[in-house]
Design a protein around this ligand. Structure first.
Ligand code: HMG
Ligand code: MG
Length: 298
């Protein structure tokens, strides 16, 4: 049941850039979004509406959203942890909002300063308001296989958060390996736990590549019929509350693998590599993508 078509959500502008220490001007972020849509990305996670004291890099959220020249058929999503974030986000007219919870209590506290249960109570009105406004609602389940503070996370805990998210009306969830410690069978257990509450079309994989396992985990997910993946152009990123964790799997590497398997993505790999090169040049380093670096030196 390997899917014939995969939908890639590029989270580079958000997950990728949120952890960058050097300031990245809004104009560069906007240009990155434009290059991603030119490359054929149909869903882009643009920014987050979180406290600028916690994540200064995302403080230009409204400016970035306003600067993007939107293209029909592309979905622009933003993260919102609470009603304050939602109320600010909605002014930018996102197509989708993302609430982000965790399967680990300690990570929930470090990342969003509240317990898992409390986070769900904060997400509940956000999901309801978004629905009423016709905005899609996605959820992220962080630390679905491992946590930097608690170690290994049991699939039952992932199932519980998936159930809580489902109960409050979250329509789609991403199973996130925040620190990239997952290996294929563990990732499959976390996905199975989520599939107790969501259909296969409503679940995506969000794999950080700290240990180089993200492509293997992507393949393991594909084998289960999962066909939505969050990836980051040039492998940008990491979460500020998950020390040492590197970026998401590079979009270029996932696209290279999928196209090689005859699975369509609608993405032009050459243009995608150019987008990754653009942001990597700005940041003063090489793209964290094996495929991009191989193709760039040919
Ligand atoms: P808090 O301190 O508990 O919130 O933070 P509070 O309600 O007590 O408010 C404290 C201050 O923050 C107040 O301002 C609020 O107005 C302000 P003050 O009166 O002190 O000037 N505030 C806000 N400002 C802007 N936007 C908001 C907002 N909410 C409150 N939405 C909060 C709670 C969630 C806000 C905080 O902990 C926070 O911003 N955390 C940042 C979390 C974050 O962005 N993490 C990275 C993204 S998640 C991720 O990367 C994982 C993911 O990729 C999946 C994976 O890989 O695992 C999704
Ligand atoms: Mg992430």
């Amino acid at each position: 049941n390997t899917p014939q078509h995969v939908k890639i959500i590029d989270v580079g502008p958000r997950d990728g850039l949120q952890n960058e220490k050097q300031p990245v001007p809004a104009s560069i972020k906007v240009e990155l979004v434009h290059r991603l849509q030119d490359a054929g990305l149909k869903e882009i996670e643009v920014t987050s509406f979180v406290s600028p004291k916690w994540v200064p890099q995302m403080g230009d959220n409204a400016e970035v959203m306003a600067g993007v020249q939107r293209r029909a058929g592309v979905r622009y999503s933003v993260l919102t942890p609470n009603m304050k974030g939602y109320e600010a986000a909605v002014l930018s007219q996102p197509d989708e909002i993302v609430v982000f919870g965790a399967a680990s209590e300690a990570f929930s506290q470090k990342n969003i300063n509240c317990s898992i249960e409390e986070s769900i109570e904060r997400f509940r009105p956000v999901a309801a308001a978004a629905k009423a406004a016709g905005i899609a609602v996605r959820g992220a389940i962080s630390c679905a296989v491992g946590c930097p503070y608690e170690g290994e996370i049991a699939p039952e805990r992932v199932a519980l958060v998936a159930k809580l998210m489902h109960d409050i009306g979250v329509e789609h969830v991403g199973v996130a390996d925040t620190i990239g410690v997952g290996t294929p069978l563990k990732v499959q257990r976390a996905l199975e736990a989520t599939l107790q509450h969501y259909a296969v079309d409503q679940v995506s994989g969000h794999f950080h590549d700290t240990y180089g396992m993200a492509l293997a985990n992507t393949l393991a997910s594909l084998e289960m019929g999962i066909w939505h993946f969050d990836t980051s152009v040039a492998g940008l990123g990491g979460c500020p509350y998950a020390k040492g964790a590197t970026g998401n799997v590079a979009t270029e590497d996932v696209v290279y693998m999928l196209h090689g398997m005859g699975i369509e993505t609608g993405i032009d790999l050459d243009k995608l590599i150019d987008a990754g090169k653009f942001i990597s040049d700005f940041l003063g380093r090489k793209p964290h993508s094996r495929a991009a670096n191989a193709l760039l030196t040919q």
